[in-house]
Design a protein around this ligand. Structure first.
Ligand SMILES: Cc1cc2nc3c(=O)[nH]c(=O)nc-3n(C[C@H](O)[C@H](O)[C@H](O)COP(=O)(O)OP(=O)(O)OC[C@H]3O[C@@H](n4cnc5c(N)ncnc54)[C@H](O)[C@@H]3O)c2cc1C
Length: 437
């Protein structure tokens, strides 16, 4: 029997820009309970939405039907140390997964900026980190268990239900409820982070060498300036230069959260100061090197609330996209408080992954909560769409199925599979109707 509760039906996402009230909340404990909840929904014509930690900026997880939270899933954890394969319940957070892996001398090969998401939630939207030779997080999936829209339970790998496997790793929560995941890990590793300020033009000119020479490269461009902060992460021996804990707190938490929040508030209250704040921020960030456990270097706490749009583009389009972005930012009737984040990923074979079949560069535009953003995001989207861009499924965008189909070669295959796996559209919501038809 699936546990339900009616007291916490109201839901909002991390950024606070998406809200919904569910008819009821389901908290299944295992795959069998998920399957019976789906069959019950089919019988009554109800809808179910699996949700993670609510860290998507889009309405992808919102529902006025039955919200299914997967945090109580208690499928057993299995660790095959020799083959570096770990099987976990899908609703586990990345933070808990990272701790579990570290305890077994293992790690995920790459991660994004935070670890608050559930594993299944992060995978479902194509969450990625940076690494020109590494795909998005979903490329680490070796097997998954999916409860489809008829209540059928499918175990999927590259050999078992290969079409479902190719689609459901970045499934947008549209094909079913993922209850268990087997992830291909690597031996635990230490990263040396190197952060340094630079000129945008120099970084662009040197980009092929940077990408060739480092495991993970990203940079932040400060609007109204020609400055960037470059960050590279590379594998090193475990005892290489640890950052003093107070220094880590100062840079990662105090500067990135407390001081930055104050700067954002000041900029929101006095927009004419924003270019000066951006110039001071770009100059205030100094060069530093430090090492740490891989997940602690990849992920940092984010307490300053913002909204975000992110586009995956063919890597060759980076220069053109940044030139257009500078023009857009300078022409806006309001100021942009957040730097633009630029990251890189390798091609993969997952149908709705932003990196499907191509080397990607990701450009992420942000705005502080409470500031206008739509004209900025729409103008950037027009440029990104013209360059063959694919919007992050979990970040704000304005595209629909008709405009997305041409940029995903397997888009129609995904739609056909969706109809096969979820013929009654148990899992749909307004966002999925917009982006998948
Ligand atoms: C501060 C911040 C930093 C971020 N940094 C990054 C980053 O570095 N890189 C990046 O790519 N993205 C990043 N994101 C975006 C984030 O990773 C994605 O939006 C992610 O999908 C959120 O995961 P979640 O667990 O909160 O899932 P939710 O947002 O709750 O749900 C996302 C999707 O997952 C589906 N889902 C959840 N569980 C299941 C399940 N068991 N079965 C089937 N479907 C399921 C839901 O139906 C929904 O479609 C960031 C977001 C924030 C707020």
């Amino acid at each position: 029997m699936v546990r339900t509760t009616s007291v916490d039906t109201a839901w909002s996402n991390w950024a606070g820009n998406q809200r919904s009230v569910a008819e009821t909340v389901l908290r299944p404990h295992d795959t069998t309970e998920v399957a019976s909840a789906v069959r019950a929904a089919v019988e009554t014509g109800a809808r179910i939405r699996p949700v993670g930690s609510g860290h998507s900026f889009t309405g992808i997880a919102a529902t006025d039907g039955r919200r299914m939270e997967l945090t109580d899933l208690a499928e057993p954890v299995r660790v095959d140390r020799e083959r570096r394969l770990v099987t976990v319940p899908a609703g586990m957070t990345l933070r808990a997964l990272n701790e579990l892996l570290a305890g077994h001398g293992l790690a995920l090969p790459n991660l994004g900026d935070i670890d608050a998401q559930t594993i299944s939630g992060a995978l479902a939207t194509g969450t990625h980190g940076t690494g020109a030779r590494l795909g998005c997080l979903a490329t680490a999936v070796e097997a998954l268990t999916l409860v489809t829209g008829t209540g059928e339970v499918l175990r999927c790998t590259a050999d078992e239900h290969p079409d479902v496997f190719a689609a459901a790793r970045v499934g947008l929560g549209a094909l079913g409820v993922v209850t268990e995941l087997t992830l291909r890990c690597v031996d635990a590793f230490t990263l040396l982070a190197h952060e340094r300020p630079a000129k945008l033009a120099d970084v662009l000119a040197d980009l092929p060498t940077l990408l060739e020479g480092h495991d993970h490269v990203e940079f932040y461009w400060f609007p109204y300036t020609d400055r960037v902060q470059v960050k590279t992460n590379d594998r090193v021996a475990d005892d290489d230069r640890p950052l003093a804990p107070w220094r880590g707190w100062l840079d990662d938490d105090f500067l990135a959260n407390t001081v930055f929040e104050r700067a954002c508030r000041l900029g929101r209250a006095s927009p004419r100061l924003v270019p000066t704040i951006a110039a001071v921020s770009a100059r205030a960030l100094t060069e530093r090197r430090y090492t740490g456990r891989s997940d602690r270097i990849f992920c940092t706490p984010r307490r300053v609330r913002f909204v975000e749009m992110e586009y995956g583009l063919p890597r060759a389009a980076l220069g053109e996209a940044l030139t257009a972005l500078r023009r857009i930012v300078d022409g806006l009737p309001f100021k942009v408080l957040f730097p633009v984040e630029v990251r890189f990923t390798a091609p993969d074979d997952i149908w709705l992954s932003h990196g499907y079949g191509r080397e990607s560069v990701y450009l992420a535009v942000h705005q502080y909560v409470g500031m206008p953003y739509e004209p900025y995001f729409r103008a950037f989207e027009a440029v990104a769409e013209g360059l063959g861009g694919r919007p992050h499924w979990g970040k704000l965008h304005y595209r629909d199925a008709a405009s997305l189909a041409p940029v995903y070669p397997r888009f129609h295959d995904f739609q056909t599979l969706r109809t096969r796996l979820d013929p009654h559209r148990v899992f749909t919501n307004p966002y999925l109707t917009r982006v998948l038809g």
